[in-house]
Design a protein around this ligand. Sequence first.
Ligand code: ACM
Length: 414
Amino acid sequence: MKRRDLLKGVAFAGVAGATGLGGFPGIWTGRNAAWAAGSDIPVGVLFSKTGAVAVVESTLHDACMMAIEEINDNGGINGRKIRPFVEDPASDPATFADRANRLVRRDKVVSIFGSYTSSSRQAVLPVVEGQNNLYWYPTLYEGRECSRNVMYGGAVPNQQQQDFVPWLKEKFGGRFYLLGNNYVYPREENNVARKILKGIGGEVVNEEYVPMGHDSFSSIVSKLRRDKPDVIFCTLVGDSDVAFQREYHNAGLDPKTMPVASLTRSEIEVKAIGGEAAAGHFSSAPYFMGYQSAENKKFVEAYLKKYGQDQVTHFVNEAAYSQVYQFKNAVERIGSGELKPSAIRDAAVGQRFMAPQGEIEIADNLHSYLWPKIGQWQADGQAKVLVDSKSRMAPEPYWAYEGQECTAEGLQKS
Ligand code: ACM
């Protein structure tokens, strides 16, 4: 379903079918050095280990660091090691901006890998745009952004909602209760969901936002009992998602008649929720841990070996891992040329990488071709994939906004 079709309401076509520098020797001097003029390649690693989204963001840090270590253990890039400068921005957008600034100005990094929430990405945006640096952002997000200084590795709404919303309506009914945290990501995803529902004859019965980190959902559960939606369309993140699902379960609500359909919930949130309480609900994502591929087997085995057999991989740390390899491939392409962030960006475009989810590619608009899937959570904490795309889906960050398009030249309006 193309944007034009969505807006006209064409029916669902379906899916076919610092800090952490120990162990990184080098002569990097930091201050006053030109970009990557030393023997090491300096990058920032900016994921929260504390605060409301640490539950997921700490695992992005882990996957990113694992990829860096793998690459360094295999000789680095063109014989040079990647040197990570690690910061903990504590789930706070202002701290993200401050630490990003420090990484760019003081540590002279040529790229930063970072962020889960859109609020933190937006806080970093003026820093990387102002300094013409490059931010590798692995997270699903709301689209409607078109920076030449961000490599968007996660899904945009067309890659998560285009098939999911019509599928949910067909299976459970079209009365949706939209529930999210109060910031740009949930609000924008819900705008898109609203448009899709309108086009296919569904409706929004309620739209509710709770503060970031909110963890008491008894009044929402009462409203759910009152409104009896067919689907709870959920964009809660981090601790809030965990607390909500536990309360839902404790209240005895039934996924067979009122399922939670999430754009954010992955194996890591399900692990925190507990498999029993999450079982029967749904997520739309380009990757699930149980996906069968040689690349995924290698990724999962390495991750569990490094971080513990009780850990999980998921669609955001898979992207965090893959983005480091995409960076590596871009730097390799540059060869002996100067490692300016803009040169890394240009070398990354069009590049294909065999990721754990399948072959992904960086599009001209710096977003990624991905493999959408719909999964149902099981009591063992893993998802059963019910719908699996047969081809990669192109990223269309302005899909729901007619007359606007993100291209290699930036945002185009017609
Ligand atoms: C998000 O804030 N992009 C999940």
